[in-house]
Design a protein around this ligand. Structure first.
Ligand code: M6R
Length: 607
């Protein structure tokens, strides 16, 4: 979604801002712009389309000389992705320029009010009201104008603001949309995502909701919206320069797929001790005194990870578990109370629907345990306890290591809860932990065993209908596998419970239809073979995913992707990895923009 960068200091601001915006490209956007304060006053450049177009228009930033400024990538919500609607937006008098992430919910009323007062609007955006409010509330004091303005705004917003009367001064504002300040010597910066400023800073501050900061080259002051100074909590930025770079891989997605063994090691190692799963004090106060039920909530791939986790927790703990889409949970009058443990999953920790669902659950008295990758993100602030997945930065829009580390942590959590509830014997617990210890190597093996995936992608995924079928955990993995294919290759793929096909969808199966049959549930193999025969009888070609050496599948399917056996609860992790690669190779063959698929954003910060 939208991205913000701001800078003040000794360097030329425009090249800094362009580099920050490039680092935010992965979030998804459709226009971009800069406002730089130079000797000649405020200079503006905006364009629809890619940042490279903005770089060309500004000659790499050289056309906008000046040492402070703000930049933005916009993902259109109010108004089409045009040059005019691109940010920054400027007040009528040209004194203030503003960039904005989020949505101003009362913008229509404000726009009517400001129009009646004589403001003329150039864009269709909700953001422009902010620029006009700043100008109207200004009496020579930039900070006061800002405070008067935020007092009028409803909704979610992160803002970057400059004023021509205060060159060298840049303001950053946060309300329900992330913003991070980067601190340096003689220069300071901010961005909506650490990726934009990590190469330039080792010390950073996460603004909290209801706070704003004044940045000047010589220092940063943080205030709450009432204007009271706040002592910022500084954290160390420990991203190596390679963390947000491709390191020789053709795409971030491929790099992140290949990083999964390492990511899983770092997710699991701190939770395994002396041959057992042991979360120590990590669950804090998140467990209800009496655990009546568990509700897992999330969106997209994180929700599909939750579908796997539901099966693991129910099986090991014997408590009722539901997996609910966060965007639906809020409106379903859910059965949630003080004995419910809510587990909220999010790679980014900023997904608006997930945050809203968590607020709803909390208002009903539930305890919330968050499973998150991005440290310090908004979800971590709402939860009673946080389990970090420690996958490292995930840049490609399609989640890969984000998903597998979520599944791994959820499965380990299922074992931890089962131990605390006394549901499993020590040998059973040891066997589960042994599987978790072996998981990173199993994932590596799942990659190594399948060098033929580019060819399989060509044969199965480039034309005609594509179905993923499975039962139990295989079905949950099928949902994620189909999503991967859809989002990066734009091929229409559907996931079905294998047993459901014959209740309707099999009508669509015909000569040449591709069916990917997930067959890792040994106890259900006979049933899967029947499903394979049903679709083959109607002309489908079948690519199966099955444990190494599973002869019955070799005989039934046309081709087989082989995965190591890891045990019923951990198979989903090893199983999805070749399917991520299958989607990747199909998208590459089709010439798609793999890391930044059309219409998608990395972190969906609007509901
Ligand atoms: O950051 P989150 O895990 O909360 O994101 C949730 C979904 O938006 C995300 O998983 C999305 O479905 C991905 N594009 C999937 O690859």
């Amino acid at each position: 979604m939208c991205g913000i960068v701001g800078y003040t200091g000794g360097r030329e601001a425009a090249p800094f801002l362009l580099s920050g915006l490039r680092a935010l490209e992965y979030r998804g956007y459709d226009s971009a712009g800069l406002a730089v304060m130079g000797e000649g006053g405020l200079q503006l450049a905006k364009t629809s389309g890619r940042i490279e177009r903005l770089a060309e228009k500004t000659r790499g930033g050289a056309a906008l000389p000046g040492r402070s400024g703000i930049g933005h990538t916009r993902w259109a919500t109010h108004g089409a992705p045009t040059d005019v609607n691109a940010h920054p937006h400027v007040s009528c008098g040209g004194r203030f320029a503003v960039v904005h992430n989020g949505i101003i919910e009362n913008y229509a009323a404000l726009r009517a009010e400001l129009t009646a007062l004589g403001c003329s609007f150039r864009s269709e955006t909700d953001t422009e009201v902010i620029a006009h409010l700043l100008e109207l509330g200004y009496d020579g004091d930039f900070r006061e104008a800002l405070m008067r303005t935020v007092a009028r705004l409803e909704g979610s917003y992160a803002l970057g603001v400059v004023c021509t009367d205060f060159p060298g001064e840049v303001y950053a504002v946060r309300e329900a949309s992330p913003l991070i300040l980067g601190l340096g010597a003689g220069e300071n910066c901010f961005a909506s995502d650490l990726a934009a400023i990590a190469p330039y800073t080792k010390s950073a501050v996460r603004l909290e909701d209801g706070q704003f900061a004044r940045l000047r080259p010589e220092g940063v002051q943080v205030y709450d919206f009432a204007g009271r100074p706040v002592e910022p909590e500084i954290f160390r930025v420990d991203w190596g320069p390679e963390a947000a770079e491709k390191g020789g891989w053709e795409h971030f997605m491929l790099k992140e797929i290949m990083e999964q063994p390492r990511a899983l090691r770092s997710a699991l190692a701190p939770r395994l001790r002396d041959g057992l799963v042991d979360f120590g004090a990590e669950l804090g106060s998140a467990l209800p005194e009496r655990l009546g039920s568990v509700v897992i909530t999330a969106c997209g791939s994180a929700y599909y990870a939750g579908c796997v986790g539901k099966l693991a927790i129910e099986r090991l703990c014997r408590v009722p578990v539901t997996a609910e889409l966060a965007s639906e949970l809020r409106y379903s009058d859910p059965l949630i109370g003080e004995d419910t443990l809510v587990i909220a999953l999010s790679q980014s920790g900023e997904t608006a629907d997930t945050l809203a669902a968590v607020r709803e659950c909390r208002s009903r008295g539930a305890k919330v345990l968050a499973i998150v990758n991005a440290e310090g993100s908004s979800l971590t602030k709402l939860a009673d306890a946080v389990l970090y997945t420690r996958a490292g930065p995930e840049i490609a829009v399609a989640s890969t290591k984000g998903y597998t580390t979520q599944v791994a942590v959820l499965t380990a959590l299922a074992a931890e809860l089962a131990r605390r509830l006394g549901r499993l014997t020590e040998p059973e617990l040891r066997e589960l932990a042994a599987g978790l210890y072996r998981l990173p190597d199993a994932v590596q093996k799942a990659i190594d065993l399948n060098p033929g995936l580019p060819e399989l992608a060509r044969r199965y995924c480039l034309g005609g209908a594509l179905y993923y079928i499975g039962r139990g955990t295989d079905r949950a993995v099928a949902l994620e596998a189909a999503l991967k294919m859809k989002e990066i290759s734009y091929r229409h793929a559907e996931a079905y419970a294998a047993g459901e096909l014959k209740h309707g969808t099999i009508a669509l199966v015909e000569e040449g239809t591709s069916v990917v049959a997930l067959c890792c549930r040994t106890e259900l193999l006979g049933k899967m073979i029947s499903s394979i025969e049903e679709v083959k009888a109607r002309g489908a070609k079948v690519l199966a995913v099955a444990p190494a050496g599973e002869r019955r599948i070799l005989a039934a399917a046309d081709d087989v992707i082989t995965v190591p056996r890891t045990g019923p609860l951990l198979d989903p992790v090893a199983e999805i990895v070749p399917l991520q690669l299958l989607a990747y190779y199909a998208a590459r063959e089709l010439g798609c923009d793999i890391d930044k698929p059309k219409n998608l954003a990395k972190s969906v910060t609007v509901e």
